[in-house]
Design a binder for this molecule. Structure first.
Ligand code: FAD
Ligand code: DHB
Length: 391
């Protein structure tokens, strides 16, 4: 088999790249380990920055997002039993859209298949060969057959646990990593949202987040141990803990409902640099992950693709490779901004077991400052709605 760009992974990054290349007449084939049903149902992130929303609209797949996505103009920080709103619109002139990652994935898959695009679901044993040669190849297994895909370039969009990053020879990548001593237990439940906008709560018992997916579906998270056993969390324990961490002096109650899904995510920051080796370009979670506080993961993946698609298109249209050579440098600037913001939000809002009372007071003072000073609130707002899309 032969194509121009071989793409490993049908998450937001791989699918968006395939779609953007197609719009310029460039062929690609996407190899995905899982089934279509699995990737369309995988519940993950839910917040799109303004720039991500603009990109989705610009490439012609934004209709459903504009209809069903929930436009939010701010977020709430809750501590000491009180709620403080950060008004994004007033502070930055921008907002965010709450629209599930799997909905973005569904819209992209539909657009690719409608245009005759090839996504080979359930492709296993993917191995990259000759990535530093002129024509790299991808070996894989599909429908019981061993196949070989020749291409000009490979996009490694196969997430943190994929095979592309480990295909780069030892000693090439610089790895920067930080593991947080906690995780998030996330649920999706059938209930009406209890607030118009998200609530990030810092409580002595630990962090909690109230988010949503639609007028009838909520997504809530609670800080837990990184290796928490989900079996020790029957539904009533989850609701009880959420209610305690979300409590206010005014007697706030979260709407409860049937839990449709639950899972534990560990929290880490990770950056592999450079995001390129030979003709292999890493994008999204395969190159970097952030702790989820601040909802940057999917946005960063889409931002990488905006830069990568532009560089690949320039190569095919003009033969120029300057943008490809500059790809990693351009992405990494935004990656570190997002790392810092996510680390900062995580550190300000979570309970650290080793903290003493002094350190808890520092967190509370920071929260009061961020919600009390317009300059500090604007800094949070600017980072939350997203920057560096126009680099
Ligand atoms: P992915 O979405 O991970 O896509 C990679 C694709 O590659 C997958 O479809 C995978 O099946 C496929 N793949 C993997 N290995 C192979 C292989 N060997 N061969 C072929 N295909 C392969 N971010 C937030 O902002 N908020 C959240 O609440 C949040 N929750 C998350 C929960 C979990 C469990 C995880 C893992 C991530 C979460 N994230 C969250 C992060 C966010 O979802 C990611 O940043 C985003 O998915 C990145 O997109 P991507 O396309 O780079 O990678
Ligand atoms: C969601 C996830 C996040 O990590 C976050 O900071 C806000 C919202 C969500 O899944 O809705």
């Amino acid at each position: 088999m032969r194509t121009q760009v071989g793409i490993v992974g049908a998450g937001p990054a791989g699918l968006m790249l395939s779609h953007m290349l197609h719009l310029k007449g460039i062929e690609s084939i996407v190899l995905e380990l899982r089934s279509r049903d699995y990737v369309e149902k995988r519940v993950r992130a839910g917040v799109l920055e303004h720039g991500a929303m603009d990109l989705i609209n610009a490439v012609g797949i934004g209709d459903r997002m504009m209809r069903e996505g929930m436009a939010h103009h701010g977020v709430n920080l809750r501590f000491d039993g009180e709620t403080h709103r950060i008004d994004f619109e007033q502070l930055t002139g921008r907002g965010i859209v709450v629209y599930g990652q799997q909905e973005v994935v569904k819209d992209l898959i539909a657009a690719r298949l409608e245009a005759g695009g090839q996504i080979l679901f359930e492709s296993s044993e993917v191995r990259l060969r000759d990535i530093d040669a002129k024509s790299p190849t991808i070996h894989f297994r599909h429908n019981g057959e061993d196949l070989l895909l020749h291409c000009d370039m490979i996009a490694g969009c196969d997430g943190f646990h994929g095979v592309c990053r480990p295909s780069i020879p030892d000693g090439v990548l610089r790895i920067h990593e930080h593991t947080f001593p906690f995780g998030w237990l996330g649920i999706l439940a059938e209930a009406e949202p209890s607030s118009e906008e998200l609530i990030y709560a810092s409580h002595d018992r630990g962090f909690a987040l109230h988010s949503m997916r639609s007028p009838t579906i909520v997504r809530n998270y609670i800080q837990c141990e990184p290796d928490e056993d989900i079996n020790e969390w029957p539904d009533n324990r989850i609701w009880e803990e959420l209610q305690r961490r979300m409590e206010t002096r005014e007697g706030f109650r979260l709407n409860e409902g049937r839990i449709l899904e639950k899972g534990v995510t560990p929290m880490r920051g990770f950056v592999a640099e450079p995001m390129q080796y030979g003709n292999l370009y890493l994008a999204g979670d395969s190159a970097h992950i952030v702790p989820p506080t601040g909802a940057k993961g999917m946005n960063l993946a889409l931002k990488d693709i905006k830069i990568l698609a532009d560089a690949m298109i320039t190569r095919y249209e003009t033969g120029g490779t300057d943008k490809l050579e500059d790809y990693s440098r351009r992405c990494v600037l935004g990656v570190w901004r997002a790392q810092h913001f996510s680390w900062w939000m995580t550190s300000m809002l979570h309970r650290f077991n080793q903290h003493d009372v002094y350190q808890r007071q520092l967190q509370l003072s920071q929260l009061r400052y961020v919600t009390g000073s317009e300059a500090a609130a604007r800094s949070l707002a600017e980072n939350y709605v997203g920057m560096l899309w126009d680099l």
